[in-house]
Ligand binder design. Structure first.
Ligand code: ADP
Ligand code: MG
Length: 697
């Protein structure tokens, strides 16, 4: 782990390029640095003797003492020279604000390479280049040129977009959101999101880590670090920007369904990162996670003085996958004692529009005290009998008295403003829209559940890796990178159950094989040129064994006529299995996060319904279970209306084993087991398709 304390908590600072000219960005930066930082501050600029009353030196070498941090804001072509000076002077922490690097064409890219080289040689912590700087409120440091810095707070923020940084800074004042650290990552030439994730995690001032990212530099390292960090602090990320899968030829269902967004989704899930889909969500979640305790469950109690708001909140609770709490009988009884007959004593509790403060207070107290309630939403519309100010005081008191998270929605504009300061002080998130309030609670629930989630390592299975590898390499060397069901031994090597069967090169062999496999069999064409066998009449299910030879002959004849170009290697003769639930298990490789395992209902509708889920390999037993449970069709697998469920344990184990296979054999680019037949007591693979490559990704 890199030590970034000198970068984030320096004791002295020099600004290279500090300017006396008030119209320049360099001036604004120096002004910001001098406005709050208590330690020694030096300007570096051959043009001046002093800047803003601080001593100014021509070069870093002329400084009377070494500094902890150097901020560089000079033309790009001069930056590396200064960096070299830092290295030689033993100054290890540098913020490069200057643009004109990788983002600016070929010459800039070369310049950035040189910057990285120098940073490596002298082990420098370089933030940027092409960044907006950083703010560290604990030490009063602001190296940005933003007109307003940040309020102190407990949210650490990093962003890959500098422009977004300046927007957020400006907006956060209005919202009352404070920051412990505020970092613009810029080009991430040396330091990237993972380094700051670690640094923020170690900072006692930081409660929540928030990031806006357009990409992740090192997927595996991100996963490893984020997994640890999220154990102690929530991490919320807004990820935007999609890359194109490129010219990669996709030949599997899994490949078709896997985009980079699925990969990020799977990766964030694996390491416990909470994902935001908008700027609003990003900071709603950040604020709520920073200010509210973690709930024990997902049951929401709602108190309102406006029926409509209650209905909106209830809808949102359902939509977000939370539960509308069912109060204990005692709570409803006590509520009815204190409320007018027309009020609702069930969730949502509607204390009616004419409610005076005392009624609101009592209702909230009873709901908060109910053991069947884990989280609270307080709603209110404007009413002459109840000022928002009074209500805010009631909520603040409730928040102090209860260990349960509380958010509110005052459905008002100007009228609600009088309550804002009070709510802010009490750390109660407040939104106009009840749905937004509920959504913020969901982030709390998500994080609480992530924290409680079992952290298991992947299981180690005895596997025959050597043989599996041979099959894959042989395929590659023989120039047939696409394999089908004939490669099922690969699955067997990893302990994945496969249907009995064998390759017949001639109809006669097919007949002989069929006799050994049972009364009825399945015939499947084996050809590197046929992807979907059934589509071309290349699968016959339920062929009587004694007719297998003739049927094989017919199938081959038909295929020869239909696809004269296709190379027909023979037929796979397979035991006939009873009807079962068909699922798909697949593998695809993501350029950032490596092998992903896909799971979904199998059959012809896979690509239409897209009811699939992805997990980053390897998979622990609980991750495999989660993957299975996360598809919409899961109830079908669990069993519905008298139809028995499938062997979920066996299914999860296949996912774990496939994940292991994907990790062990990087030559497998894509793989589909479709279908894997599932029965109440077992699962069996009957079809397989994979693409191998020698270039490891
Ligand atoms: P393809 O996907 O190339 O069309 P499959 O081998 O997946 O070929 O077979 C297509 C369908 O035939 C399967 O989805 C399944 O419903 C059925 N099937 C295949 N093999 C068997 C088998 N051994 N026993 C019973 N049904 C089978
Ligand atoms: Mg198939």
């Amino acid at each position: 782990m890199r030590d970034l304390s000198g970068l984030l908590f320096p004791k002295s600072v020099a600004v290279v390029g500090a300017s006396q000219n008030p119209d320049t960005v360099n001036h604004a930066i120096f002004k910001n640095v001098t406005s709050g930082f208590p330690g020694p501050i030096y300007a570096i600029n051959p043009k001046y003797q002093e800047v803003l009353g601080r001593p100014c030196f021509p070069r870093l070498e002329d400084l009377p003492e070494p500094v902890d941090l150097v901020v560089i804001a000079i033309p790009a072509r001069l930056v590396n020279q200064v960096l070299l000076s830092c290295g030689k002077l033993g100054i290890r922490n540098i913020v490069v604000i200057s643009a004109g690097f990788k983002e600016a064409g070929e010459e800039g890219a070369r310049r950035e390479q040189e910057l990285v080289r120098i940073a490596r040689e002298y082990d420098l912590n370089v933030l940027g280049p092409n960044c907006f700087g950083l703010i560290s409120t604990r030490v009063g440091l602001n190296t940005t040129f933003a007109p307003r810095g940040a309020q102190p707070g407990d949210v650490a923020f990093m962003s890959q977009s500098g422009a977004f940084c300046s927007s957020v800074l400006d907006w956060a004042w209005e919202e009352g959101l404070g920051f412990s650290q505020f970092v613009s990552l810029g080009n991430k030439a040396v330091l990237n999101e993972v380094d700051f994730l670690q640094a923020f995690a170690a900072d006692p001032q930081t409660e929540v880590i928030v990031a806006y990212l357009e990409g992740i530099a090192d997927g595996p390292r991100f996963l490893e670090v984020a997994r640890e960090v999220t154990r102690t602090k929530p991490v919320v990320i807004l990820k935007s920007g999609r890359y194109e899968a490129g010219a990669r030829a996709v030949s599997s269902h899994t490949g078709t369904l896997a985009g980079s967004d699925e990969a990020y989704q799977a990766a964030f899930r694996k390491c416990g990162v909470i994902r935001a889909y908008s700027v609003e969500e990003l900071f709603d979640y950040a604020y709520t996670l920073a200010k509210q305790p973690l709930p024990r469950g997902r049951r929401v109690g709602i108190v309102t003085n406006a029926g409509g708001a209650g209905v909106m909140a209830t809808d949102a609770v359902e939509r977000e996958g939370l539960e509308v709490a069912r109060f204990s009988p005692a709570t409803s009884r006590r509520l009815s004692e204190g409320l007018p007959p027309a009020a609702s004593v069930y969730n949502p509790v509607d204390i009616l529009g004419d409610a005076p403060p005392e009624r609101y207070r009592r209702a909230l107290e009873l709901v908060a005290g109910d053991e069947n309630v884990d989280l609270l939403v307080a709603l209110s519309a404007p009413h002459p009998l109840l000022s928002f100010r009074e209500l805010a005081e009631i909520l603040a008191q409730a928040r102090r008295d209860s260990q349960k998270p509380l958010v509110c929605s005052f459905m008002a504009g100007e009228l609600g403003e009088e309550a804002e300061a009070l709510l802010e002080e009490a750390g109660i998130p407040s939104f106009f829209d009840p749905a937004r309030a509920v959504r913020s609670l969901r982030a709390l629930v998500d994080y609480a559940e992530l924290r409680r989630r079992p952290r298991q390592p992947p299981r180690q299975f005895p596997v025959d890796r050597a043989t599996a590898r041979k099959i894959v390499l042989a395929a590659w060397e023989e120039g047939r990178p696409r394999l089908g069901v004939e490669a099922q031994q690969l699955l067997a090597c990893y302990g994945i159950p496969v249907a009995k069967g064998g390759l017949a090169r001639t109809p006669k062999q097919a007949g002989e094989l069929a006799q050994k496999l049972g009364e009825k069999v399945v015939l499947k064409v084996v050809s590197p040129d046929i992807v979907h066998k059934s589509d071309v009449g290349g699968v016959r299910v339920g062929v009587p064994a004694r007719e297998a030879e003739r049927e094989a002959w017919r199938m081959l004849e038909r295929l020869r006529q239909r696809l004269p170009e296709a190379e027909l290697r023979g037929l796979w003769v397979q035991e006939l299995l009873p009807p079962g639930q068909e699922v798909i298990v697949g593998v695809v490789r993501d350029p950032i996060f490596g092998p992903l395992v896909m799971f979904g209902l199998g059959g012809v509708y896979v690509e239409v319904l897209k009811d699939v889920a992805f997990g980053v390999a390897p998979l622990s037993p609980s991750e495999a279970q989660e993957l299975i449970q996360s598809i919409r069709a899961f109830p079908i697998l669990r069993g519905v209306r008298g139809v028995p469920g499938v062997d979920l344990g066996g299914l999860a184990e296949v996912l774990e084993r496939v994940a292991r296979l994907a990790v062990d054999l990087p030559e497998i680019m894509e793989l589909d087991i479709n279908p894997l037949m599932c029965y109440p007591d077992r699962v069996v693979a009957v079809d397989l398709r994979l693409t191998v490559s020698k270039e490891e990704t």
